[in-house]
Design a protein around this ligand. Sequence first.
Ligand code: COA
Length: 174
Amino acid sequence: MKTAVYPGTFDPITRGHIDMVTRAAPLCDTLIVGVARSTPKNVWFSIEERIELVEDAFRDLPNVRVQAFEGLLVDFAKKIGAGFLIRGVRAFSDFEYEMQMALINRKLAPEIETLFLMPAEEYSYVSSSRVREIAALDGDIRRYVTPKTHEALLAKIQARQDTRDTPRRSAAGG
Ligand code: COA
């Protein structure tokens, strides 16, 4: 049984990620999409929200499962019996970071291989933070995300707006 992990923060999942998983799924028996629970990134979506959107995106791919993880990626891979990590290289600029990560992961766990796939070129410039930025500025992001993620992003932007608009009470209550 060949099990692979496709890890990421998925804040939120984009069609670029979906393209990667769709390419990777036929190459293995089970593909686990590993959603990083804690991350140095300032995330918009909670781990539960991110998982729900990822699960929705892959509900038609029978060998794809979604799991949260924390700690080292290679420890998660070992725990679930995965022999491969799947990563995408979208552009030359990804290469150095990806090579560093692959070599560190290999030092940490030599038995786990990293496989690189090339995503579709129409998503080569897409990232979660760009999608959030465009959505926050009222741009149309429907070509980059699923309808459910689109809806979730609009709701999140509204909620963030509402929080900002709510006047803070002073300690004196005024
Ligand atoms: N399509 C669209 N966007 C893509 C993409 C693709 N094919 N591939 C990557 N991206 C985006 C990501 O959404 C992310 O966007 P953002 O920065 O705007 O959020 C950006 O490109 C960078 O991606 P990536 O480097 O994969 O970051 P990530 O946050 O998605 O995932 C982890 C990083 C979780 C895999 C990594 O931090 C990790 O392994 N953490 C565990 C701790 C550990 O083991 N550390 C040692 C590893 S060296």
